[in-house]
Design a protein around this ligand. Structure first.
Ligand SMILES: *Cc1c(COP(=O)(O)O)cnc(C)c1O
Length: 435
């Protein structure tokens, strides 16, 4: 047992123990609400809910209802559908508020993530000759990098001068929070916007959003977050943290289908501020007078005022099917189970490492519970590709990133502790070591 020093003794690397955890999981019945993809005739171990969440079994009915109403009512469905389309988007703020920690009037479901990022940067990235910098994480998701670069250029600056990336220190895989705060301080007089992911897509690191936001405000800058990997995964208190704006997609942890409608948050103190510029469209216009088709744009005094187009009802129906499940499960319960799943996975990986004299798997996701959600990223020092291939062959759906990182996300709505145990066994068998 000596080599197991340092392992969390509350866990065991056995099938019985994993099943015991599943038995005692108060959310276990939620798995039955989802279609689990089959591989080679049996249920896969689906660990890519961080990339495309699974389909709830109720989604088809929600979408079919809208198709039926369209067939039955035609244009009258805007007012006579079971959920009238003219106000369909109004179903979402309430459902999203628990997930992102915001007041309903601060929330709107609209567009796609990168579109929302651009719309919100139009409002909150307003550089001047003195203040024009954006501080962000190094290796942000490519779409975000392109958005930052194009915004900066649109305002006549160069990305080299205007984009400040905070990177991990030499030899580290995660960004030190102190380095983020120090960078904000260092560039405080020139910074217009601080914009981070809530969770880094690559290593699964959760950023200290509250501290980052406070530092940004002290520097006189706005602060926004891309919550693509955070919404539906970790605790968010956007209102209380004083975040200026945020946006996210709904097809990752929020299980709303490929290209599903995205979300946006604008803090209460900004929603009715008419001095904030925005790109406007008719769906953001005062509802009472929208159909008068008048010339002057009068924004709705809530986050809805940032809408451009009428609601994409079919994709919103899928969104609603999933968010109704989130409501039933409770975000707090999901967060708790998500951390337990990733905690158990970290334990299993440490146990595998303990069978070797050198480190085989380097976890690049922080170990601390408040710095990770469901996702665990593994830098493979030995047989990475071989292990990944045998995972795929044996029905695990995971994600490979060059040069040798495997990303997995056991998610609380439909993954089991047993999935994690079996995942560990496939790795151990591929490395041909016994326990
Ligand atoms: C998934 C993801 C995107 C994808 O953007 P879309 O506009 O939805 O295609 C953008 N940014 C981040 C951080 C992501 O994780």
């Amino acid at each position: 047992m000596n080599e197991k020093v340092g392992l969390d003794l509350k866990y065991k690397n056995t099938l019985d123990y994993a099943r015991y955890l599943d038995e005692n999981d108060s959310l276990k019945h939620f798995r039955d609400k989802f279609y689990i993809p089959m591989v080679n005739g049996k249920e896969s171990i689906y660990f890519t809910g961080n990339s495309l969440g699974l389909q709830p079994k109720t989604t088809q009915d929600y979408v079919l209802n809208e198709l039926e109403d369209w067939a039955n009512f035609g244009v009258e469905g805007h007012f006579h559908a079971r959920h009238p389309w003219v106000s369909y988007h109004e179903l979402f703020p309430e459902l999203l508020s628990e997930i992102v920690g915001a007041m309903p009037e601060e929330l709107v479901a609209m567009n796609q993530l990168t579109v929302n990022l651009h719309l919100l940067m139009t409002s909150f990235y307003r550089p001047t000759k003195e203040r024009y910098k954006i501080i962000c994480e190094a290796k942000a998701f490519p779409s975000d990098q392109y958005a930052f670069q194009s915004q900066v250029k649109l305002h006549g600056f160069t990305p080299e001068a205007a984009i400040i990336e905070v990177a991990p220190r030499e030899g580290s895989q995660v960004i030190d929070n102190n380095d983020i705060l120090a960078a904000i301080k260092k560039h405080s007089n020139e910074t217009a916007l601080v914009l981070f992911g809530g969770v880094n897509y690559y290593n699964g690191q959760v950023f200290d959003m509250q501290a980052i936001c406070r530092a940004a405000h002290e520097a006189g800058a706005y602060c926004g977050f891309d919550l693509a990997h955070a919404a539906g995964n970790i605790e968010l208190e956007l209102h209380d943290w004083n975040v200026d704006f945020a946006c996210w997609c709904s097809y990752k942890y929020l299980n709303s289908g490929p290209g599903g409608v995205a979300g946006a948050f604008i803090h209460q103190r900004h929603i009715a501020d008419k001095t904030i510029p925005r790109l406007a469209g008719w769906w953001g216009h005062d509802k009472e007078n929208r159909f008068k088709m008048e010339k002057e744009f009068v924004p709705i005094p809530t986050a809805e005022g940032w809408q451009l187009s009428n609601a994409p009802v079919l994709s919103m129906a899928a969104h609603k099917a999933s968010l109704d499940i989130f409501k039933e499960a409770g975000m707090r319960n999901l967060i708790k189970k998500g951390k337990e799943l990733s905690g158990y996975l970290l334990y299993i990986l440490k146990d595998i490492n303990s069978l070797f004299s050198e480190k085989i798997i380097e976890v690049i996701t922080p170990n601390e519970e408040n710095q990770r959600g469901c996702q665990v990223s593994m830098l493979m020092h030995k047989d990475g590709r071989k292990i990944f291939d045998s995972l795929i062959q044996q029905g695990v759906i995971a994600d490979w990133r060059e040069p040798n990182v495997i990303r997995v996300a056991p998610v609380p709505l439909y993954n089991r502790f047993e999935d994690i145990y079996l995942f560990g066994e496939i790795i151990r068998n591929t490395l041909q070591v016994s326990k």
